[in-house]
Design a protein around this ligand. Sequence first.
Ligand code: FEO
Length: 402
Amino acid sequence: MHCTREAAESIVWVGGSDRRLSLFENLFPVPNGVSYNSYVILDEKTALIDTVDSSITELFLENLLHTLDGRTLDYLVVNHMEPDHCAVIGELAGRFPELKLVGNAKTAGLLTQFFGPGLAERTLLVKEGETLSLGAHTLRFLMAPMVHWPEVMMTYDETARLLFSADAFGTFGALDGKLFADEFDLEQEWLPEARRYYSNIVGKYGAQVQAVLKKAAGLDIQSICPLHGPVWREKLDWLLDKYGLWSSYQPEEKGVLVVYGSMYGSTARAADILAAQLSGAGVKNLAVYDVSTADVSALVAGAFRFSHLVLASPTYNGGIYPPMLNFLQDMKALNLQNRTVGLIENGSWAPVCGKQMSEMLEGMKNVTVLEPAVTIRSTLSPDSLAQLTRLGDSLLASLNEA
Ligand code: FEO
């Protein structure tokens, strides 16, 4: 049985949610599931905007066939060739022999890589700004390379003033019967998972997202239809503002993310003492995570959110504690910039990871490491506690700067 919703007049959402998936990309926990969105435009010609992941193929086909109500499918616009959106292309090409695919030159190459020969020849190749008329609806194609694969494009329905934005403006999380962002509590239900989605999936490509935001600024957009998460028909400025901050690597909030690794509790104790100093001084935007138990995607999201980070790590095999190293490598790979960082190292006989963490941070743009870096030998001593307090004072002074 179908389960569809109208996204706009003559535009029907035919996607679905997967709540059984535990790891998106076999990498990121999705405790609230994930949606795969696909949209049908019913006009003189019919067009489908992207397909879905293989996990919801059966539901998707029921949705699509119900919506078409006996009509054929004339066009499949392929905005993104990642398998969570392109899995059903081969099936549709077989069901609708006259179906034309719409994509760009890079789409055609990926079609062949994923589905073998045959589909690229059925592809109507489009370039930046070109249009396709469906009758009343005119679609304009806007290239969005690396948001988040090289072939990505967005499709602007000039008639409905609606932007099909591919992965951009998406989020983790099942839709739970809702379709529109204004049906969610944005701060509680949408923002944390959208930030985690953006920072981990698209975070590396801030410059490319900025380029897309510039293109979007020149359009009269009434709604944004992403490939994951809700459709936006209200508060577009709020959404674009978040994307503006994330893609320019500016923090959303003045605040401190404390991430510690600790084998026997001493480094954790130092992190808690520092956090208590900050909280006691009135810092409200403050979060403390154990790097061994928190998923690194949540840590990355916190790093994109807050202005200040504290990294506290034991020395391990003459280096950085492995999960902390993983977090640092992730931040670097995702191009995080413009942060102020405090460092705490622990080492019972050779504390060296503070220097190594500092060197990794030097490779990131506009990251300032505060003085003093704290060195703990096994457990906090009066001397290292005094260092820790001075680091707390430095953080407070930095937070209070304009
Ligand atoms: Fe949701 Fe880049 O795929």
